[in-house]
Design a binder for this molecule. Structure first.
Ligand SMILES: Cc1cc2nc3c(=O)[nH]c(=O)nc-3n(C[C@H](O)[C@H](O)[C@H](O)COP(=O)(O)O)c2cc1C
Ligand code: SF4
Length: 431
C-alpha cells in the first residue's frame, strides 16, 4: 500500500529514515512492522536501561517536531521526582496550515510512533499515554485504534509488557476540531473534557499537566524519531543533521511548485534545494515571490532568503522559524493582500478569545486586511498592521498571539510594494 503523502520514489536529495518505501506492504499491520525489525529498539532499550536511553536521546539533539524545536531529552528531564503519577500526551492535532507530516505516521505507519511512545513512557515512568488526534482525521483515528488493539493482543501494551514488569495503557483521544487545541495546554484541557483554552505558563505541563500531574507533551514525529535513536545511537542521529539539530526532518512542500509532496531530508539541507530540487522548482517556471518556511505561523521569507539551512537555529537566525516544516511556496503572480487576508482570517477565527490582545487584535488585523482587499484602505494601513502586531506580540496567554502577529508583520514589512500595488489595483477597480 503506497502512502498518499510521500512521493513514492525517493528523490536523490532525500535521506529516508522515517519515510518508508511500503513496497506493497501495509505497515498498519503489526506483523509487517515486526517483520521490518519493529520493536527491536525496545529490546535494546531494556538492555541499556532507562538512564542510558534518556542520555542518548539528550545527546542526539532531538528537537521537538511540533513547532518550537525544544530538545526532547531536556524536556523529559524537567519532570519532578516527587512520586506523583506521570503522563505522556502526544500531540497529533496537526492543525497548522501548510502542514502534512504527522498524518503520514498516523495513517500509514502508526507503529513507528507507538514504539516511540512505549520507549518514552518507559524512560519517563508514565503508565498512561493519550494520543490526541485531530478530529477530522477519521482514518487516522481508526488506524491508530486498530494498531493499539493489536499491540494489547500481542503483549506490547497493557500489563507486564513483554515480561518486563512495565505497564502502559495508550488511549486515542479524538481532537475537538479547533486549531487552538494543538497548543499543548489547550490540548490537556481538551483531554480533560473541557473547552480547549490554553493555560497560563508557568506552571509548565512537566510539573502540572494532565489531571494536575506531571506530563510530557511531545509531537508525533518526535516520537517516531525515538526508536531510530535507540537503534542507531546518538552519534548516528547527529550525523544525519546539523549542529544541535539531530536527525532527518520530514518537510511538506506545497503551493506553487512543480512537485508538491512530503519529503525527508537531512537537517541543514537548504530551503533553495527543497524548493528547486525536491519540489522541482516554481510552477510554470515563474519567479519565486515568498516562502512560508514551517506553517503559517512563521514569518515569511523573501526570495533572497532561501539559502538558509533547514533547521531550528538557522531559520531563527534570519528572524523566522522552522516550525512544522510545512513549506508553502508562492510565485510572483500571488496577490499578497489575498494572502494577508487569508492568514488574518484564520488566526481571528481560531482565537479562543481568552485574552484581549489576541481576541481584539486578530479582529483588527482581519478588518484592515479586508478593507485593503475591498479597495478601501486608509493611508497608513500597512503601518497600522505592524503596530497592531507589535501590540499582540508577547502580550498573550499562549503563542497563538505570536502565531498571528509574526507572519502578518513580516508580510507588512517585507512585501510592502506588493501590498501597495495590490491595494492600488483594487482602488482603481472599485472607482
Ligand atoms: C496555536 C498553537 C497550535 C499548535 N498546534 C500544534 C499541533 O497541531 N501539533 C503539535 O505537535 N504541536 C502544536 N503546537 C505546539 C505545542 O504547543 C507543543 O509545543 C508541542 O506539541 C510539543 O511537542 P514537541 O516538543 O515534540 O515539539 C501548537 C502551538 C500553538 C501555540
Ligand atoms: S493568545 Fe489567543 S488563543 Fe491564546 S489564550 Fe489568548 S486569546 Fe486564546
Amino acid at each position: 500500500m503506497g502512502s498518499p503523502h510521500a512521493v513514492t520514489v525517493p528523490h536523490p536529495l532525500e535521506t529516508r529514515v522515517l519515510l518508508r518505501d511500503h513496497e506493497g506492504k501495509d505497515y498498519t499491520q503489526l506483523a509487517n512492522y515486526l517483520a521490518r525489525g519493529g520493536f527491536g529498539a525496545w529490546k535494546k532499550a531494556v538492555e541499556m536501561g532507562r538512564d542510558k536511553v534518556h542520555t542518548e536521546v539528550r545527546a542526539a539533539n532531538l528537537r521537538g517536531r511540533g513547532g518550537a524545536g525544544f530538545p526532547a531529552g531536556v524536556k523529559w528531564g524537567f519532570l519532578p521526582k516527587d512520586g506523583r503519577p506521570r503522563y505522556l500526551a502526544i500531540n497529533a492535532d496537526e492543525g497548522e496550515p501548510g502542514t502534512f507530516k504527522d498524518r503520514y505516521f498516523l495513517e500509514e505507519d502508526p507503529f513507528q510512533m507507538l514504539e516511540g511512545i512505549l520507549l518514552t513512557s518507559w524512560v519517563i515512568g508514565a503508565h498512561a499515554c493519550y494520543v490526541y488526534v485531530r478530529g477530522e482525521f477519521w482514518r487516522a483515528i481508526d488506524v491508530c485504534e486498530r494498531a493499539i488493539a493489536e499491540l494489547y493482543q500481542a503483549g506490547w501494551l497493557g500489563k507486564n509488557i513483554q515480561g518486563s514488569g512495565f505497564d502502559l495503557d495508550v488511549y486515542v483521544h479524538p481532537g475537538a476540531g479547533a486549531y487552538i487545541c494543538g497548543e499543548e495546554t489547550a490540548m490537556l484541557e481538551s483531554i480533560e473534557g473541557k473547552p480547549g483554552w490554553p493555560r497560563l505558563k508557568p506552571p509548565f505541563p512537566a510539573n502540572i499537566g494532565l489531571f494536575g500531574m506531571p506530563t510530557i507533551v511531545n509531537n508525533v514525529e518526535t516520537m517516531a524519531c525515538v526508536p531510530v535513536i535507540v537503534n542507531d545511537g546518538a552519534d548516528a542521529f547527529n550525523a544525519l543533521g546539523s549542529p544541535k539539530n539531530g536527525g532527518t526532518k520530514l518537510v511538506g512542500v506545497s503551493g506553487h511548485v512543480k512537485r508538491p509532496g512530503l519529503y525527508e531530508v537531512k537537517m541543514g539541507t537548504t530551503m533553495r534545494a527543497a524548493i528547486y530540487e525536491l519540489a522541482g522548482g516554481i510552477l510554470d517556471d515563474r519567479e519565486l515571490l515568498c516562502v512560508i518556511p514551517g506553517g503559517s505561523s512563521c514569518p515569511f521569507l523573501t526570495k533572497d532568503e532561501i539559502d538558509v539551512a533547514l533547521d531550528f537555529d538557522a531559520l531563527k537566525t534570519i528572524g523566522s522559524m522552522f516550525g512544522t516544516a510545512g513549506i508553502v511556496v508562492m510565485h510572483d503572480g500571488t496577490n499578497m493582500v489575498e494572502v494577508l487576508t487569508r492568514v488574518a482570517h484564520f488566526y481571528k477565527h481560531e482565537s479562543c478569545g481568552q485574552c484581549t490582545p489576541c481576541r481584539q487584535g486578530t479582529g483588527w488585523l482581519y478588518a484592515i486586511a479586508k478593507r485593503m482587499g475591498a479597495g478601501l484602505a486608509a493611508a497608513g494601513d500597512i503601518d497600522l498592521l505592524v503596530s497592531a502586531c507589535n501590540q499582540i506580540d508577547g502580550n498573550t496567554i499562549c503563542a497563538h498571539g505570536e502565531a498571528a502577529a509574526w507572519p502578518i508583520r513580516s508580510i507588512a514589512q517585507k512585501f510592502r510594494p506588493q501590498l501597495e500595488s495590490a491595494m492600488r489595483a483594487r482602488m482603481t477597480a472599485s472607482m
